[in-house]
Design a protein around this ligand. Structure first.
Ligand code: HEC
Length: 348
Protein backbone atom coordinates (compact mmCIF):
# COMPACT_ATOMS: atom_id res chain seq x y z
CA UNK A 1 0.00 0.00 0.00
CA UNK A 2 2.94 2.32 0.54
CA UNK A 3 3.36 2.28 -3.20
CA UNK A 4 -0.04 3.92 -3.56
CA UNK A 5 0.29 6.18 -0.62
CA UNK A 6 3.47 8.03 -1.40
CA UNK A 7 2.82 9.50 -4.85
CA UNK A 8 -0.65 10.44 -3.81
CA UNK A 9 0.69 12.19 -0.75
CA UNK A 10 2.77 14.48 -2.87
CA UNK A 11 -0.24 15.87 -4.70
CA UNK A 12 -2.82 15.88 -1.96
CA UNK A 13 -1.85 19.13 -0.37
CA UNK A 14 -4.76 19.41 2.06
CA UNK A 15 -3.91 16.07 3.32
CA UNK A 16 -2.36 14.33 6.10
CA UNK A 17 0.11 16.67 7.66
CA UNK A 18 -2.43 19.00 9.16
CA UNK A 19 -5.89 17.54 9.00
CA UNK A 20 -6.03 13.83 8.98
CA UNK A 21 -6.25 11.62 12.00
CA UNK A 22 -2.85 10.41 10.80
CA UNK A 23 -1.35 13.57 12.21
CA UNK A 24 -2.28 12.22 15.60
CA UNK A 25 0.05 9.30 15.16
CA UNK A 26 -2.58 6.84 14.00
CA UNK A 27 -1.35 6.49 10.48
CA UNK A 28 -0.69 2.78 10.57
CA UNK A 29 -4.24 2.21 9.47
CA UNK A 30 -3.58 3.79 6.10
CA UNK A 31 -0.55 1.74 5.28
CA UNK A 32 -2.10 -1.62 4.75
CA UNK A 33 -3.94 -4.11 6.82
CA UNK A 34 -2.58 -5.00 10.23
CA UNK A 35 -0.99 -8.45 10.11
CA UNK A 36 -3.84 -10.12 12.01
CA UNK A 37 -6.57 -9.08 9.58
CA UNK A 38 -7.65 -12.06 7.52
CA UNK A 39 -7.61 -11.21 3.85
CA UNK A 40 -9.34 -12.63 0.81
CA UNK A 41 -8.35 -11.36 -2.65
CA UNK A 42 -6.61 -8.41 -1.02
CA UNK A 43 -9.78 -7.39 0.84
CA UNK A 44 -10.31 -7.92 4.56
CA UNK A 45 -12.73 -10.78 5.24
CA UNK A 46 -16.36 -9.98 5.90
CA UNK A 47 -17.45 -9.96 9.54
CA UNK A 48 -19.58 -12.89 10.70
CA UNK A 49 -23.25 -12.72 9.74
CA UNK A 50 -24.09 -12.47 13.43
CA UNK A 51 -21.77 -9.48 14.10
CA UNK A 52 -23.59 -6.49 15.59
CA UNK A 53 -22.74 -3.70 13.16
CA UNK A 54 -24.46 -0.99 15.19
CA UNK A 55 -22.36 -1.83 18.22
CA UNK A 56 -19.11 -2.07 16.24
CA UNK A 57 -19.73 1.17 14.36
CA UNK A 58 -20.14 2.99 17.67
CA UNK A 59 -17.50 1.32 19.81
CA UNK A 60 -14.59 0.28 17.59
CA UNK A 61 -11.89 2.69 18.74
CA UNK A 62 -10.72 5.39 16.34
CA UNK A 63 -8.85 8.66 16.77
CA UNK A 64 -11.13 11.72 16.84
CA UNK A 65 -12.56 12.80 13.49
CA UNK A 66 -11.21 15.89 11.79
CA UNK A 67 -13.93 17.28 9.58
CA UNK A 68 -13.08 20.11 7.21
CA UNK A 69 -14.85 22.31 4.66
CA UNK A 70 -13.83 23.94 1.42
CA UNK A 71 -15.81 26.69 -0.31
CA UNK A 72 -18.91 24.83 -1.54
CA UNK A 73 -17.92 21.41 -0.16
CA UNK A 74 -18.76 20.29 3.37
CA UNK A 75 -18.25 17.42 5.75
CA UNK A 76 -14.87 16.58 4.21
CA UNK A 77 -13.02 13.65 5.75
CA UNK A 78 -9.55 12.76 4.49
CA UNK A 79 -9.92 9.06 5.08
CA UNK A 80 -6.51 8.38 3.53
CA UNK A 81 -4.28 9.79 0.83
CA UNK A 82 -6.36 7.72 -1.63
CA UNK A 83 -9.91 8.41 -0.50
CA UNK A 84 -11.66 11.62 0.58
CA UNK A 85 -15.35 11.71 1.52
CA UNK A 86 -17.58 14.78 1.51
CA UNK A 87 -20.73 16.54 0.35
CA UNK A 88 -21.81 17.32 -3.20
CA UNK A 89 -19.59 20.11 -4.63
CA UNK A 90 -22.08 22.98 -4.88
CA UNK A 91 -20.66 24.91 -7.82
CA UNK A 92 -17.70 25.25 -10.22
CA UNK A 93 -15.59 26.93 -7.51
CA UNK A 94 -16.06 23.89 -5.30
CA UNK A 95 -14.87 21.61 -8.11
CA UNK A 96 -11.87 23.84 -8.69
CA UNK A 97 -11.02 23.72 -4.98
CA UNK A 98 -11.03 19.91 -5.13
CA UNK A 99 -8.84 19.90 -8.24
CA UNK A 100 -6.43 22.34 -6.59
CA UNK A 101 -6.06 19.84 -3.80
CA UNK A 102 -5.04 17.06 -6.10
CA UNK A 103 -8.27 15.10 -6.57
CA UNK A 104 -8.22 13.19 -9.86
CA UNK A 105 -11.48 11.23 -9.85
CA UNK A 106 -14.86 12.19 -8.42
CA UNK A 107 -17.35 9.44 -7.62
CA UNK A 108 -20.95 10.52 -7.02
CA UNK A 109 -23.35 7.97 -5.58
CA UNK A 110 -26.24 10.45 -5.34
CA UNK A 111 -29.21 10.41 -7.70
CA UNK A 112 -28.39 13.81 -9.23
CA UNK A 113 -26.42 13.80 -12.48
CA UNK A 114 -23.11 15.50 -11.64
CA UNK A 115 -21.43 18.34 -13.53
CA UNK A 116 -18.85 16.22 -15.33
CA UNK A 117 -18.08 18.91 -17.93
CA UNK A 118 -16.85 21.41 -15.34
CA UNK A 119 -14.92 18.71 -13.51
CA UNK A 120 -13.23 17.81 -16.80
CA UNK A 121 -12.27 21.45 -17.29
CA UNK A 122 -10.27 21.17 -14.10
CA UNK A 123 -8.68 17.90 -15.14
CA UNK A 124 -10.90 15.58 -13.10
CA UNK A 125 -13.03 12.67 -14.18
CA UNK A 126 -16.54 12.16 -12.80
CA UNK A 127 -18.10 8.73 -12.38
CA UNK A 128 -21.79 8.48 -11.46
CA UNK A 129 -22.96 5.31 -9.72
CA UNK A 130 -26.15 6.10 -7.73
CA UNK A 131 -26.72 3.82 -4.77
CA UNK A 132 -29.62 3.33 -2.38
CA UNK A 133 -29.94 4.01 1.33
CA UNK A 134 -30.78 0.39 1.98
CA UNK A 135 -27.32 -0.92 0.98
CA UNK A 136 -25.14 -1.60 -2.06
CA UNK A 137 -26.18 -4.52 -4.27
CA UNK A 138 -23.66 -6.97 -5.72
CA UNK A 139 -23.37 -5.61 -9.29
CA UNK A 140 -23.05 -2.03 -7.99
CA UNK A 141 -20.41 -3.09 -5.47
CA UNK A 142 -18.39 -4.54 -8.35
CA UNK A 143 -18.68 -1.29 -10.34
CA UNK A 144 -17.54 0.79 -7.39
CA UNK A 145 -14.62 -1.55 -6.64
CA UNK A 146 -13.58 -1.46 -10.31
CA UNK A 147 -13.69 2.34 -10.29
CA UNK A 148 -11.30 2.53 -7.34
CA UNK A 149 -8.97 -0.06 -8.83
CA UNK A 150 -8.79 1.21 -12.39
CA UNK A 151 -9.17 5.00 -12.32
CA UNK A 152 -6.67 7.49 -11.04
CA UNK A 153 -6.73 8.62 -7.41
CA UNK A 154 -6.96 10.42 -5.13
CA UNK A 155 -10.73 9.96 -5.18
CA UNK A 156 -13.35 12.35 -3.85
CA UNK A 157 -16.50 10.38 -3.04
CA UNK A 158 -19.82 12.13 -2.40
CA UNK A 159 -23.59 11.84 -2.19
CA UNK A 160 -25.73 14.91 -1.36
CA UNK A 161 -24.67 15.75 2.20
CA UNK A 162 -21.73 13.35 2.42
CA UNK A 163 -23.07 11.55 5.46
CA UNK A 164 -24.59 8.21 4.56
CA UNK A 165 -24.36 6.87 1.01
CA UNK A 166 -21.11 8.69 0.09
CA UNK A 167 -19.23 7.37 3.12
CA UNK A 168 -20.42 3.83 2.32
CA UNK A 169 -18.94 4.08 -1.18
CA UNK A 170 -15.80 5.70 0.25
CA UNK A 171 -15.56 2.73 2.62
CA UNK A 172 -15.40 0.44 -0.42
CA UNK A 173 -12.40 2.52 -1.51
CA UNK A 174 -10.84 2.04 1.93
CA UNK A 175 -11.31 -1.72 1.64
CA UNK A 176 -10.02 -1.93 -1.92
CA UNK A 177 -7.15 0.58 -1.89
CA UNK A 178 -6.14 0.77 1.76
CA UNK A 179 -6.98 -2.79 2.80
CA UNK A 180 -8.44 -1.76 6.14
CA UNK A 181 -10.42 -4.20 8.29
CA UNK A 182 -14.21 -4.20 8.04
CA UNK A 183 -14.85 -3.12 11.64
CA UNK A 184 -12.68 -0.08 11.13
CA UNK A 185 -14.46 0.77 7.88
CA UNK A 186 -17.91 0.90 9.49
CA UNK A 187 -16.56 2.78 12.51
CA UNK A 188 -15.14 5.42 10.14
CA UNK A 189 -18.50 5.73 8.43
CA UNK A 190 -20.35 6.34 11.67
CA UNK A 191 -17.81 8.07 13.91
CA UNK A 192 -15.97 10.15 11.31
CA UNK A 193 -18.40 10.78 8.47
CA UNK A 194 -21.61 10.84 10.55
CA UNK A 195 -23.42 7.91 8.91
CA UNK A 196 -26.60 7.44 10.92
CA UNK A 197 -27.25 4.10 12.59
CA UNK A 198 -30.70 4.20 11.04
CA UNK A 199 -29.08 3.32 7.71
CA UNK A 200 -28.09 -0.07 9.01
CA UNK A 201 -28.22 -1.54 5.49
CA UNK A 202 -25.24 0.57 4.44
CA UNK A 203 -23.24 -0.55 7.47
CA UNK A 204 -24.21 -4.20 6.90
CA UNK A 205 -23.03 -3.99 3.29
CA UNK A 206 -19.59 -2.69 4.23
CA UNK A 207 -19.23 -5.06 7.17
CA UNK A 208 -20.42 -8.28 5.59
CA UNK A 209 -20.84 -8.25 1.82
CA UNK A 210 -18.41 -9.72 -0.65
CA UNK A 211 -16.20 -7.21 -2.42
CA UNK A 212 -15.02 -8.83 -5.66
CA UNK A 213 -11.28 -9.25 -6.14
CA UNK A 214 -9.17 -7.56 -8.80
CA UNK A 215 -9.35 -10.43 -11.30
CA UNK A 216 -13.14 -10.33 -11.12
CA UNK A 217 -13.46 -6.57 -11.57
CA UNK A 218 -10.91 -6.63 -14.41
CA UNK A 219 -13.31 -8.85 -16.38
CA UNK A 220 -16.31 -6.64 -15.69
CA UNK A 221 -17.67 -4.71 -18.65
CA UNK A 222 -18.22 -1.24 -17.20
CA UNK A 223 -17.19 2.03 -18.78
CA UNK A 224 -17.43 4.40 -15.80
CA UNK A 225 -20.39 6.54 -16.94
CA UNK A 226 -20.42 10.20 -15.98
CA UNK A 227 -24.22 10.39 -15.95
CA UNK A 228 -26.91 8.00 -14.85
CA UNK A 229 -30.18 9.91 -15.18
CA UNK A 230 -33.34 8.82 -13.37
CA UNK A 231 -36.82 9.47 -14.58
CA UNK A 232 -40.04 8.42 -12.88
CA UNK A 233 -40.45 8.53 -9.12
CA UNK A 234 -36.77 8.58 -8.16
CA UNK A 235 -36.24 11.40 -10.63
CA UNK A 236 -38.63 13.55 -8.57
CA UNK A 237 -36.69 12.89 -5.36
CA UNK A 238 -33.51 14.61 -6.54
CA UNK A 239 -34.91 18.17 -6.95
CA UNK A 240 -37.22 17.48 -3.99
CA UNK A 241 -34.22 17.02 -1.71
CA UNK A 242 -32.51 20.24 -2.90
CA UNK A 243 -35.57 22.48 -2.46
CA UNK A 244 -36.45 20.87 0.87
CA UNK A 245 -32.95 21.67 2.12
CA UNK A 246 -33.53 25.33 1.31
CA UNK A 247 -36.81 25.23 3.24
CA UNK A 248 -35.06 23.64 6.22
CA UNK A 249 -32.39 26.37 6.23
CA UNK A 250 -35.03 29.09 5.84
CA UNK A 251 -37.00 27.73 8.80
CA UNK A 252 -33.84 27.84 10.94
CA UNK A 253 -33.48 31.51 9.99
CA UNK A 254 -37.11 32.05 11.06
CA UNK A 255 -38.00 32.42 7.37
CA UNK A 256 -35.76 35.46 6.81
CA UNK A 257 -33.94 35.60 3.47
CA UNK A 258 -30.33 34.49 3.49
CA UNK A 259 -28.16 37.50 2.50
CA UNK A 260 -25.50 35.08 1.25
CA UNK A 261 -27.94 33.42 -1.15
CA UNK A 262 -30.25 36.25 -2.22
CA UNK A 263 -31.52 34.33 -5.25
CA UNK A 264 -33.10 31.66 -3.05
CA UNK A 265 -36.60 32.73 -2.02
CA UNK A 266 -38.23 30.33 0.45
CA UNK A 267 -41.77 30.97 -0.86
CA UNK A 268 -40.60 30.00 -4.36
CA UNK A 269 -38.86 26.89 -3.11
CA UNK A 270 -42.08 25.87 -1.35
CA UNK A 271 -44.04 26.42 -4.55
CA UNK A 272 -41.49 24.41 -6.52
CA UNK A 273 -41.86 21.60 -3.98
CA UNK A 274 -45.63 21.54 -4.24
CA UNK A 275 -45.24 21.19 -8.01
CA UNK A 276 -42.75 18.37 -7.57
CA UNK A 277 -45.17 16.58 -5.22
CA UNK A 278 -47.88 16.99 -7.86
CA UNK A 279 -45.59 15.38 -10.46
CA UNK A 280 -44.66 12.69 -8.01
CA UNK A 281 -48.29 11.68 -7.60
CA UNK A 282 -48.69 10.84 -11.29
CA UNK A 283 -45.55 8.73 -11.69
CA UNK A 284 -46.21 5.18 -12.87
CA UNK A 285 -43.60 3.73 -10.51
CA UNK A 286 -44.73 4.83 -7.03
CA UNK A 287 -43.00 2.88 -4.23
CA UNK A 288 -46.37 1.13 -3.79
CA UNK A 289 -49.74 1.80 -5.33
CA UNK A 290 -51.56 2.28 -2.04
CA UNK A 291 -53.76 4.95 -0.45
CA UNK A 292 -51.15 5.36 2.25
CA UNK A 293 -48.40 6.25 -0.25
CA UNK A 294 -50.70 8.59 -2.15
CA UNK A 295 -51.74 10.10 1.18
CA UNK A 296 -48.15 10.96 2.08
CA UNK A 297 -47.58 12.55 -1.30
CA UNK A 298 -50.81 14.57 -0.96
CA UNK A 299 -49.75 15.67 2.53
CA UNK A 300 -46.46 16.85 1.08
CA UNK A 301 -48.27 18.71 -1.68
CA UNK A 302 -50.70 20.34 0.76
CA UNK A 303 -48.00 21.28 3.29
CA UNK A 304 -45.71 22.86 0.71
CA UNK A 305 -48.65 24.61 -0.99
CA UNK A 306 -49.73 26.07 2.37
CA UNK A 307 -46.18 27.09 3.13
CA UNK A 308 -45.88 28.87 -0.22
CA UNK A 309 -49.10 30.83 0.42
CA UNK A 310 -48.15 31.75 3.99
CA UNK A 311 -44.65 32.87 3.07
CA UNK A 312 -45.89 34.88 0.08
CA UNK A 313 -48.53 36.71 2.13
CA UNK A 314 -46.64 37.24 5.38
CA UNK A 315 -47.21 40.99 5.56
CA UNK A 316 -50.89 40.90 4.71
CA UNK A 317 -51.50 38.06 7.16
CA UNK A 318 -49.63 39.85 9.93
CA UNK A 319 -51.72 42.99 9.31
CA UNK A 320 -54.84 40.87 9.79
CA UNK A 321 -53.45 39.48 13.03
CA UNK A 322 -53.05 35.95 11.64
CA UNK A 323 -50.33 33.87 13.31
CA UNK A 324 -48.82 32.76 10.02
CA UNK A 325 -45.65 31.53 11.72
CA UNK A 326 -47.55 28.96 13.72
CA UNK A 327 -49.40 27.84 10.58
CA UNK A 328 -46.08 27.64 8.69
CA UNK A 329 -44.73 25.41 11.43
CA UNK A 330 -47.73 23.08 11.09
CA UNK A 331 -47.29 22.97 7.32
CA UNK A 332 -43.55 22.26 7.70
CA UNK A 333 -44.24 19.39 10.09
CA UNK A 334 -46.81 17.85 7.76
CA UNK A 335 -44.27 17.74 4.92
CA UNK A 336 -41.40 16.57 7.07
CA UNK A 337 -43.41 13.69 8.42
CA UNK A 338 -44.55 12.69 4.93
CA UNK A 339 -40.91 12.38 3.76
CA UNK A 340 -39.93 10.48 6.91
CA UNK A 341 -42.81 8.03 6.98
CA UNK A 342 -42.47 7.05 3.35
CA UNK A 343 -38.68 6.68 3.58
CA UNK A 344 -38.92 4.55 6.68
CA UNK A 345 -41.13 2.05 4.90
CA UNK A 346 -39.94 2.20 1.29
CA UNK A 347 -36.44 3.64 1.09
CA UNK A 348 -34.23 2.95 4.10
C1 HEC B 1 -44.28 8.50 -1.05
C2 HEC B 1 -43.02 8.19 -0.55
C3 HEC B 1 -41.98 9.25 -0.43
C4 HEC B 1 -42.11 10.56 -0.07
C5 HEC B 1 -43.36 11.28 0.37
C6 HEC B 1 -40.80 11.15 -0.14
N1 HEC B 1 -39.89 10.22 -0.56
FE1 HEC B 1 -37.90 10.53 -0.92
N2 HEC B 1 -37.70 8.63 -1.59
C7 HEC B 1 -38.69 7.66 -1.58
C8 HEC B 1 -38.16 6.43 -2.10
C9 HEC B 1 -38.93 5.12 -2.26
C10 HEC B 1 -36.83 6.67 -2.46
C11 HEC B 1 -35.83 5.68 -3.07
C12 HEC B 1 -36.01 5.64 -4.55
C13 HEC B 1 -35.11 4.63 -5.23
O1 HEC B 1 -34.04 4.33 -4.71
O2 HEC B 1 -35.52 4.15 -6.30
C14 HEC B 1 -36.56 8.07 -2.13
C15 HEC B 1 -35.37 8.70 -2.35
C16 HEC B 1 -35.07 9.94 -1.85
C17 HEC B 1 -33.75 10.54 -1.91
C18 HEC B 1 -32.52 9.93 -2.57
C19 HEC B 1 -32.47 10.39 -3.99
C20 HEC B 1 -31.20 9.93 -4.65
O3 HEC B 1 -30.23 10.67 -4.61
O4 HEC B 1 -31.18 8.81 -5.15
C21 HEC B 1 -33.84 11.75 -1.29
C22 HEC B 1 -32.71 12.71 -1.06
C23 HEC B 1 -35.22 11.93 -0.88
N3 HEC B 1 -35.92 10.80 -1.23
C24 HEC B 1 -35.70 13.07 -0.25
C25 HEC B 1 -37.06 13.28 0.03
C26 HEC B 1 -37.59 14.46 0.69
C27 HEC B 1 -36.74 15.63 1.15
C28 HEC B 1 -38.92 14.29 0.81
C29 HEC B 1 -39.95 15.21 1.41
C30 HEC B 1 -39.88 16.61 1.08
C31 HEC B 1 -39.25 13.00 0.24
N4 HEC B 1 -38.09 12.42 -0.22
C32 HEC B 1 -40.52 12.46 0.17
C33 HEC B 1 -39.97 7.84 -1.14
C34 HEC B 1 -40.54 9.04 -0.74
Amino acid sequence: MRKLLLPALAVLSFSLSCQSPCSQGACEVDQGAPPHAAMEDGISRPLAASADVLDIAQHHELPAAIVTDLPGVHNILNLSSNVVSGSEPENPEALKALADRGIKTLLSVDGKVPDAATAAKYGMRYVHIPIQYSGIDGPTMAEIAKTFRELEGPFFVHCFHGKHRGPAAAAVGRLVLDAIPRDQAIAEMHQWCGTSLKYQGLLETIAKDKVPGASETAKLDFDFPAAHAFDGFRGTMVPMARSWDEIKFARKRKWALNPEKPDIVPAQEALKLSEIFAQCLVQPDLPADTDEVRGWIKDGQKGTGDLARLLTNQTALEAKGVDWRMQAEDAYRLVSSSCKQCHLLYRD
